[in-house]
Design a binder for this molecule. Structure first.
Ligand SMILES: Nc1ncnc2c1ncn2[C@@H]1O[C@H](COP(=O)(O)OP(=O)(O)OP(=O)(O)O)[C@@H](O)[C@H]1O
Ligand SMILES: [Mg+2]
Length: 229
């Protein structure tokens, strides 16, 4: 398995992980890479004729190279929009780290680059014993932290960064200007630039489309993590 993998986490739910991950997948695809998004565990799925479907996984699928199967992008699909381990329990399941591994390893046989979106924030449980962080740290995936620029985000960003960097490489963070835009966003970004233990990859504007996300995060197109450098 030699695919480059990036794990995208966030300071909270609803901070723009999917927006950022889908933008990165699009940019990488436009560069000619065989790239796939991976959302191993998704709660908040909708029942369709084809089975349970999650909008994050569908967004990542739509940007991936070729036409990956839904189940390849989202092997664990759960209906209630609640914490994954609780959604799984309601479905009579217990999510195992090995399931996440199997899905990723299968993608890595077909793709050279994989962008993984977590669920919620860094320390979200996926079963009664493990958090997402345990899986990511076990595989030593590098991490990108999406900071949703809202009141309280400096604390959430610093706490998340400290917890991530203790266990696996924190490659960087992104300031995502989620609506409603803070009047003081620039001062908050400057504070984070000074205090975060990893570089800022860029500022994602409010209302940006996925092309603008890619341009904000990789202005030169160069993504060292994906090049293995
Ligand atoms: N820069 C932005 N400008 C405008 N809207 C944004 C921006 N970033 C995200 N959004 C919107 O905010 C909402 C939450 O974003 P997104 O779904 O990417 O968050 P998430 O962290 O992936 O959430 P979840 O924890 O549910 O996976 C979505 O409706 C998305 O379109
Ligand atoms: Mg999401």
């Amino acid at each position: 398995m030699s695919a480059a993998v990036l794990f995208v986490t966030g300071t909270d739910t609803g901070v723009g992980k999917t927006h950022v991950a889908a933008g990165l997948v699009r940019r990488l695809r436009h560069q000619g890479r065989q790239v796939c998004g991976y959302k191993p565990v998704a709660s908040g799925c909708v029942a369709t004729a084809g089975g349970l479907r999650n909008e994050d996984a569908l967004a990542l699928m739509a940007e991936s190279t070729g036409k990956p199967d839904y189940a390849a992008v989202n092997p664990v699909a759960l209906e209630p929009p609640i914490a994954p381990h609780l959604a799984a329990r309601r479905a009579g399941l217990a999510i195992e780290l090995a399931t996440l591994d199997r899905g990723l390893d299968a993608l890595a046989e077909r793709y050279d680059t994989i962008v993984v979106e977590g669920a919620g924030g860094w320390s979200v449980p996926i079963n009664d014993r493990n958090t997402y962080a345990d899986w990511v740290a076990g595989r030593q995936w590098p991490v990108l932290l999406v900071v949703g620029m809202r009141l309280g985000c400096i604390n959430h960003a610093l706490l998340s960064a400290e917890a991530i960097a203790r266990r696996t490489p924190l490659l960087g963070w992104v300031a995502n200007l989620i609506p409603p835009m803070q009047a003081e966003w620039q001062d908050n970004v400057d504070t984070l630039r000074a205090m975060m233990p990893a570089p800022c990859w860029g500022v994602v504007p409010t209302g940006s489309d996925l092309d603008a996300v890619g341009a904000a995060l990789a202005p030169s197109g160069h993504m060292p993590w994906a090049d293995g450098r």
